[in-house]
Ligand binder design. Structure first.
Ligand code: FUB
Length: 343
């Protein structure tokens, strides 16, 4: 009777106060948000999570997304507006499945959507799609970017130059490209990793071509170093790169941030050039609810924000919802650590 009701409402209040911020979007599941200011508005380019009949496995097959929606916000505290389907896997000739974390860039009034998907051989590639509007719809190039592989593209504009960062290990297949070719010695996503005492797999960078559609140079590896200058090792799961690269610039320094995957942090490292090397600093965002942690960092009206996701609405690791909170650079250039689950 009444006793039960009281307990129910207490549980609800407790659940609501456990998280630092509230879901931004609740009518569809969204994840991996890449936020930008274009034409004076905030645009968000997330993954669109869907219920899937594919069983959960370590390669992330249950993240079986098939399209993208773009969202806009008039200001940082306004409701995101859903602009509908911006790109569907059926309209990407080379892509078969798993439309994972995207990003977008603007150049000369055109908008470019960068996205990973598995091709018809089940190898992850990076694609580009083009629109005259930030919200799309986007028209995909018929082929993936030449020489592209793995997942999680992030494009960073530095003056007139645009750089694409990417890569993700395990299900993201980056460890299978260590020879420069796709080489899979087994079916497990853990195969082909370096030994624990070898340097960790590096995320990748390339300058984009002038037309924004291809790599403009041979891809290079990015070094993430310890404070003593030695590379972070593959066995150092608390600090090594896993996926979800993002770059922002603050006080003329380049901040490379990323997910540590199976230890679930968003970590960051600072460098003097877009190419790095980057020196490991610490954690920006502690683990969220759900396995994956994936963010973006954007400046809006002189303040910095981190967009991220958790699974507050569904409780399911592959059905995520976007969130956002303010982020602070300390006077010494470090970033104040955020605890997304309140104690
Ligand atoms: O959303 C699918 C994948 O999960 C992303 O590409 C990764 O970064 C992880 O969030």
């Amino acid at each position: 009777g009444n006793q039960d009701k009281k307990e129910d409402s207490e549980t609800v209040v407790e659940a609501e106060s456990k998280f630092l911020s509230k879901p931004l979007i609740s009518h569809i599941y969204t994840a991996d948000p890449s936020a930008h200011v274009f034409n004076g508005k905030i645009y968000i380019y997330p993954s669109h999570d869907v219920e899937s009949v594919v069983e959960e496995d370590d390669s992330g097959a249950h993240f079986n997304m098939r399209d993208y929606h773009v969202f806009s916000m008039e200001s940082i505290d306004s409701e995101p507006k859903d602009h509908g389907v911006a790109l569907d896997v059926d309209d990407v000739p080379w892509a078969k499945r798993q439309m994972w974390a995207p990003d977008a860039a603007e150049k000369d009034g055109k908008f470019y959507l960068y996205f990973p998907a598995k091709d018809h051989d089940d190898i992850f590639r990076l694609g580009v799609a083009v629109s005259d509007k930030p919200e799309g719809p986007f028209e995909a190039q018929p082929e993936p970017m030449k020489g592209s592989f793995s997942i999680d593209p992030a494009v960073f504009q530095d003056g007139n130059e645009y750089y694409i960062y990417w890569g993700g290990i395990w299900g993201g297949q980056l460890q299978k490209w260590r020879t420069g070719e796709y080489l899979s010695t087994g079916d497990s996503p853990y195969d082909d990793e370096p030994a624990d005492d070898e340097p960790a797999i590096s995320p990748m960078i390339a300058k984009l071509s002038n037309d924004m559609l291809e790599f403009g140079e041979a891809p290079k590896e990015i070094k993430i170093l310890d404070k003593d200058g030695s590379p972070i090792l593959a066995g150092d799961h608390e600090r090594r790169f896993f996926e979800a690269a993002w770059v922002h610039k603050y006080n003329d320094k380049y901040y490379f941030s990323y997910s540590t995957g199976d230890t679930h942090n968003i970590a960051y490292a600072i460098g003097e050039s877009p190419y790095g090397p980057f020196t490991y600093q610490g954690v920006i965002l502690k683990p969220v609810q759900g396995w994956t942690n994936h963010h973006s960092i954007v400046e809006v009206d002189g303040k910095w924000y981190i967009f991220y996701h958790d699974t507050e609405l569904s409780g399911e690791t592959h059905l995520r919802n976007l969130k956002m909170t303010e982020m602070t650079h300390n006077a010494d250039g470090t970033i104040e650590m955020i605890e997304p689950i309140l104690k």
